[in-house]
Structure formats: C-alpha cells, structure tokens
Design a protein around this ligand. Sequence first.
Ligand code: C5P
Length: 410
Amino acid sequence: MSSKRILLIIGGGIAAYKSLELIRELGRRGIASRVIVTKAGTEFVTPLSVAALSGDKVYTELFNLTDETEMGHIELSRSADLLVVCPATADLMAKAVHGHANDLASTTLLATDKPVLMVPAMNVRMWGHAATQRNVAQLRADGVTVMEPDEGPMACGEFGPGRLPEVSRIVAEIQAMLRPPADKKRLAGVHALVTAGPTREPLDPVRYLSNHSSGKQGYSIAIALAAEGARVTLVSGPVSLPAPEGVDLVKVETARDMLKACEDALPADVFVSVAAVADWRPVKTATQKLKLKGKGAAPAIELAENPDILRTLSNKKKKRPGLVIGFAAETEEVERHANEKLARKGCDWIVANDVSGDVMGGLENEIALITRDGAERWPRMPKEQVAARLAARIADQISGRDDPQKLAAE
Ligand code: C5P
C-alpha cells in the first residue's frame, strides 16, 4: 500500500484538529494525504500545520488562479485513490447530497470519479436530526461510505452519538477501502491466534513481576491479519491499547492464563506468538500485602519457570496450528539466537529483532524474518508496516504462493 494517496477534505468542526493526527498516522503507513481545508475548516486548523504534516501544498480556494494553473480542481478531485471527508460536517454532507458546487470542497466531491469516505462529527442533536439522517441515507444510496460516529461526551458538553470515530478506526477503514478487491479476502476462512503484551506474575495483591512490552506490535499484527480477512483471536496481557475492531480480544494476566486462553482458542491455522511472556513467576503469591519487617530483612522471592506457550503450541500432536511464528527479542547476535530458537521451540518462522534500542514500547521496528530457507532482512519501519507486511507474507504462505510445489507447477 506504499504508493497510495488520499484527498482529504477537512470540514469546519471542532474535531478538525484530529485530522492532523489522521494525516500523521496515514503517513506512518505509507499513505500520502493531499488536503483541501474548507473556509470554515481554517477556523479550526491552519493550512500551515496541515502542510507541515502532509508535506504537500494545501488547497483552500476554488477560484485561485495559481492553483488552477498548477492543478485544476477537476484534476485535484481525481488525483487520489480515495476521497476522505474528515470531519464531515452536517453542512458538507447536505451540500454533497444536493450536488452543490459553490466552493472547492463541494465542487471536488461533485467532480470526482473516486470512492468517497465521509467521517461525520457533529453535535448529538444535529446528528440525530431527521434532515441529517435523511442525508446520510441518501449519501449511502449514492455509493458514499459514511462511517458511524462514536458515542460519548462531546466538546459542546452534551453526550451521545456524533463524536468523530477513533483515528485508529478511520485509518482501518481507509486501509480497507484502498486495498484492491482481489487482495481483500486472502485470509478469509482462516483462524489466526495472536498473543500480545506482557504477562504479570503476582507477588502479592499489589505487586507483580512484568516487563516493558506495550503490546503495540502484537495488536498491529492482529489488526493487519483481520484486515486480510482472517478471524482473529487476540490473547493479550495487560496493556493500555484500545480493543481493536473486528478482533476477538481475550484479556489475561499471567503466563499460565495466557497458555490456557490460547489452548481454548484452538484450532487455529496460524499462531503468532508476539507476547513478551514472563519466563518466571513467584512460587508463592501472598494473599495479603507483604509487609516491611525492618531494615535488612527483604523477603527472598523464589521463582518457578513459566510454561513456554510457543513451544507448547508448536509441539502439539493434535491441533498444532499449521503455521507457528515466534518472536525473538535479542540484544546481541540476533540472527544466530533466532536460528537456535527456531529449532528449540519447533516453530516455523521467527521474527527476530534487536531490542537493545527503543523497540520495546517504541513506534518502529527493524526485523529479520527467519524461515527454514534463511533470513530476510526488512528495513526499519513503523510497527504497523511490519504488521501489514507480515500479514501479507502469512497470506502468501497460506494461499500457497510460497509453496515450492505450487510455484513449480505455475
Ligand atoms: O525464549 P524467548 O522468551 O526469547 O522466546 C520468545 C518467543 O517465545 C516469543 O515468541 C514469545 O512469545 C514466546 N514465549 C512463550 N512463552 C514463554 C516465553 C516465550 O510463548 N514462556
């Protein structure tokens, strides 16, 4: 999806500032934004901040001689793969329904031959008004995709549906609309099991052993597999990430809970073991908070080894997932350790990364994919792109594109 571009129309609503985050998140996934800001939109975000984030010229006026000579408004309306109106105000939607063309945004919407996504955001009563609901129904009948707004407290102090959906939800919708139809359902009918985040091993009711895993890479992989059409079960340790849309989320605390949840989720066609499972747990968990007994009398903590979830699932006689992928977070000699791990755990692939930098909890990752055929080194990229690329490789493998026999027969 690296060469895709959207034309983003930023309407005049308080949620306009979130479109800046949208531009940034899309950019992280290799999707460029060319932006039109309506006159009302410029009351909420400045074209300068939009230009800085999109790295492109920002368009605001219909009758601008310089713009028209550089890129006419008809060409502009067709220069992208998808038009996204975010936030879509009640006024912009009403104009689109009636085919108005009295400013650059409405003219572009009328002149385009590309799919259109509208992301509404407005006051709860404006959203619920019969006129808006009629307009939404008409837009959908005209082939426009209109997202449902979120429900919750609003900037105006009221509560209800009308809030702009979470940026992650908008990004997922845009990615789905940009994907070519043939690729959309490559993992349809496939059950993917993914673990993510750390585990927590309790010492007493208030203390635990854990690690810095944020869950970001595992959640991104679950989302990317779901986007490829898989049914995804995501077994997650405690993280502060929102539950991804369209994924079955099972929340657990300890390694033993995580193993049980994974076994309960079988059979699965693919297992991606991303979680940073704690290797040890305290042998005893005190039922009451451990008390300070006096200077120099720190309690000794006896540890027991946790079950190895990856190895357990890799070595199942019955119900072994067809493709088992482990992660190897190393700080030195990454590939050598990863190869050893492949053999020791009995999995099929290892995603190896060097965590000596800011990878754990960070936004980017640089990995090597180790299969039985060797190592593929991928360049450093955002964790979402690692996820999309890994999901595509899984889809290649499962749909047989990587099968040497099938390749030979082609
Ligand atoms: O041996 P190491 O912990 O480095 O292996 C990492 C891989 O093994 C990861 O895929 C991780 O999810 C998995 N693992 C596991 N259960 C454990 C420890 C690690 O599934 N107890």
